[in-house]
Design a protein around this ligand. Structure first.
Ligand code: RM4
Ligand code: MN
Ligand code: MN
Length: 413
């Protein structure tokens, strides 16, 4: 987009917003401050259980993953942290990794433990980890989480994200109540091993890889467990971890109401845990979620800064870096649009039973083209006006392929 055209667009938008009593510079600083972490497994091509198609130039180790995130950080200015997955990304030299990340302007978001795969550990997780009927397997899974906390401490992380694949595939395979109790007891031990300034982010997921029952299938079960752990345990909402048509914005509002929202894993979904690019399927839903987040924080039910933000998508047919650029843009746009909602008017409509008016308020904000606003925030922060155009013009993928080869593969799923 030519600079001149951008400048005219942004001044027109500033004028429009000023008429509604909104100050564009305040909006720009809110958008600029909003940073979303990138997981270390997002830089390589994902895949499905049917196959995986390489894209070439994928990072071969943790250092190269950090370099890719550093590039994203530099051009988008929307990310400043990485979320590591253990054992996929065990740092050999924590101090060196920490320094490298710092030199790229990257910090360490929540750590992710992994007890959903076997990777050479003594006992198998085939029949579950924290919920396993065998106490020795549970102890091993607890020990793994404690080790992840130690690694995180050495890097300056402040959180542990737990996603469990535990559950069963067939009726009768597992005892519902015992699985839940063992999971809760195991999590209590993990929680007790966390430093006082850490938080535990507990995911839920209705199905997959288990298809009959999942030990933590929904936000309510996660919340119930968190309540038994302590104040620093909260529920993590992964947008893909719901059955189709679930009202996720209501879940967000409810969790905030109880000060129980740990954070987000952004992605989009048509059917289930599709891990598609954020904003590619249901941008209106994403906007409505941000409306609840902004509303909840503005009304003081839960502090904005207590919420963690991360992208958790799988890149099967797109260049992962391009996909992450698109996701960061979509998240920023949904956030910016939600900032435009006239909350006073919305409340008035709600109180007066003006259903049409309430919809108008939301649509007015959602249908505003905020691309120039998001771009301006990025330019003012020193990023690229159009990161995707820059990425392609500079032939970054070609350069990565030259450096790392066509068959490079990152650790991960
Ligand atoms: C799960 C969940 C976790 C992620 C793994 C790879 O479905 O979303 O957050 O760590 O996938
Ligand atoms: Mn997730
Ligand atoms: Mn998932």
């Amino acid at each position: 987009m030519p600079t001149d055209f951008h400048n005219r667009t942004i001044s027109l938008l500033a004028e429009q917003l000023a008429e509604k009593g909104m100050d564009i510079s305040q909006l720009i600083s809110r958008i600029s401050e909003f940073q979303i972490a990138v997981p270390s497994w997002a830089l390589g091509a994902g895949g499905t259980r049917f196959g995986r198609f390489s894209i070439g130039g994928e990072p071969r180790n943790l250092e190269e993953k950090l370099e890719d995130i550093g590039l994203l950080a530099k051009i988008t200015k929307r990310t400043n942290a990485v979320s590591l997955h253990i054992p996929w990304d065990i740092p050999q030299d924590a101090e060196a990794v920490k320094q490298k990340a710092a030199s790229l302007g990257i910090g360490f978001d929540a750590m992710n433990s992994n007890t959903f795969q076997d990777y050479g550990q003594p006992l198998s997780y085939k029949m579950g980890s924290l919920s396993n009927a065998d106490a020795v397997v549970r102890a091993q899974a607890i020990g793994h989480n404690l080790q992840v906390i130690e690694i995180g401490k050495s890097l300056g992380s402040k959180g542990l994200t737990v996603w469990l694949a535990d559950g069963s595939n067939f009726p009768g395979q597992a005892n519902f109540r015992n699985s839940l109790q063992w999971t809760t007891d195991s999590l209590k031990e993990i929680y007790a091993g966390m430093p006082a300034d850490w938080k535990l982010l507990l995911e839920y997921k209705p199905y997959e890889p288990n298809f009959y029952h999942t030990v933590i299938p929904d936000w309510g079960t996660s919340a119930m467990i968190c309540r038994q752990l302590g104040d620093r345990a909260k529920v993590l909402v992964d947008l893909g971890h719901h059955l189709p048509n679930t009202n996720i914005e209501q879940i967000v509002a409810t969790l905030m109401h109880q000060n129980l929202l740990a954070g987000f894993h952004f992605n989009d979904s048509k059917y289930g845990d599709d891990d598609l690019s954020t904003g590619s399927i249901k941008p209106y839903q994403l906007f409505l979620i941000f409306c609840e987040l902004i509303g909840g924080a503005a009304e003081g039910v839960q502090a904005w800064d207590s919420i963690s933000w991360m992208i958790d998508a799988s890149h099967n047919v797109k260049d992962p870096i391009e996909d992450l650029i698109q996701a960061l843009e979509a998240i920023s746009q949904a956030f910016a649009k939600a900032l435009l909602v006239d909350r006073e008017k919305l409340t008035q409509c709600q109180n007066e039973g003006d259903v049409v008016g309430a919809q108008e308020v939301l649509q007015e904000a959602f249908l505003t083209d905020v691309r120039a606003l998001v771009r301006e925030a990025r330019i003012q922060s020193g990023g690229e006006a159009d990161p995707l155009v820059f990425y392609r013009r500079e032939k970054i993928r070609e350069k990565l392929i030259n450096k790392r080869g066509m068959n490079a593969q990152a650790s991960g799923l």
